[in-house]
Design a protein around this ligand. Structure first.
Ligand code: CDP
Ligand code: CDP
Length: 230
């Protein structure tokens, strides 16, 4: 019997983190936690409440009042904020453009990290985000830093878009690079590869290939962990 471990998957936008984290969690019978969805949910509610996304102090205070629950659903994970299902509203261009400002707030980050650590306390979690291996779960038994070239990441995201959105591939690539820059340059828990993370460049790789590599690493990490526990 392999012991259950925690798996942290970090990397820039469009690298495939949520897609492969979900598949790996399914294969391992683990729980999948999409932390980006939590920052997106705070952004949605803050904008709704009329708080500017770059008002770090007020957005941080506001986040303390939010209870965010992630539920496994039929077509993926559902996100509830104080009981309200906001899942279908989290992936708009407006949220894409504001979320990295909200994510700079110390109050927001500490609240999210607190909720995320609670979700991972019993192990058996695959958590994806930007600061999971470095900050939220520094003790995760497997850490993966997933990347792909900026062009390929933009192309992957472009294919997901509603043609009516009117945004071009070049524009989308610029917006993704700007969000990555904000995430890398922020002061608190920036996007950076953890020293003990496995780097996986998925440029040219299929979703299945990436997920299989992560599952192989997970099985190896869980065996090492079980051996150490004996
Ligand atoms: O799916 P995509 O990679 O486009 O983004 P996401 O994972 O949904 O994350 C949206 C934004 O939330 C990121 O650009 C970060 O600004 C923020 N985020 C963060 O700061 N820390 C995390 N652990 C996860 C997301
Ligand atoms: O969560 P993150 O922003 O890192 O990326 P994602 O939302 O999981 O993946 C972005 C898109 O790339 C999805 O539509 C995936 O189906 C696709 N993808 C891909 O085409 N090839 C891969 N190796 C991984 C993801």
């Amino acid at each position: 019997q392999l012991s259950r471990i925690n798996i942290a998957i970090d990397g820039p936008a469009g690298a495939g983190k949520s897609t492969v984290a979900r598949l790996a969690a399914k294969a391992l019978h683990y729980i999948y936690v999409d932390t980006g969805a939590m920052y997106r949910a705070v952004t949605l509610k803050a904008l709704e409440a009329g708080i500017a996304s770059d008002d770090e102090w007020n957005v941080g205070l506001f986040a303390q009042k939010l209870d965010i629950v992630l539920l496994p659903g039929e077509d993926g994970q559902r996100v509830l904020v104080n009981g309200e299902d906001v899942t279908s509203r989290l992936r708009s261009l407006e949220i894409n453009r504001n979320v990295s400002y909200v994510a700079r707030s110390e109050g927001v980050r500490s609240r999210m990290a607190e909720l995320q650590r609670l979700m991972a306390q019993d192990k058996g979690v695959v958590m994806d985000g930007r600061d999971i291996g470095t900050h939220v779960l520094p003790g995760a038994e497997l850490k993966v830093f997933l990347t792909a070239s900026p062009r390929e990441r933009a192309q992957r995201r472009f294919l997901e878009l509603d043609p009516a959105s009117g945004i071009s591939l070049d524009q989308l690539e610029r917006e993704i690079e700007e969000r990555d820059r904000l995430d890398r340059e922020r002061e608190i828990a920036p996007l950076v590869q953890a020293a003990d993370a496995n780097l996986l460049d998925s440029t040219g790789m299929s979703i299945e290939q990436v997920a299989e590599q992560i599952v192989r690493w997970a099985v190896a990490a869980a065996s090492t962990n079980s051996a150490e526990e004996k």
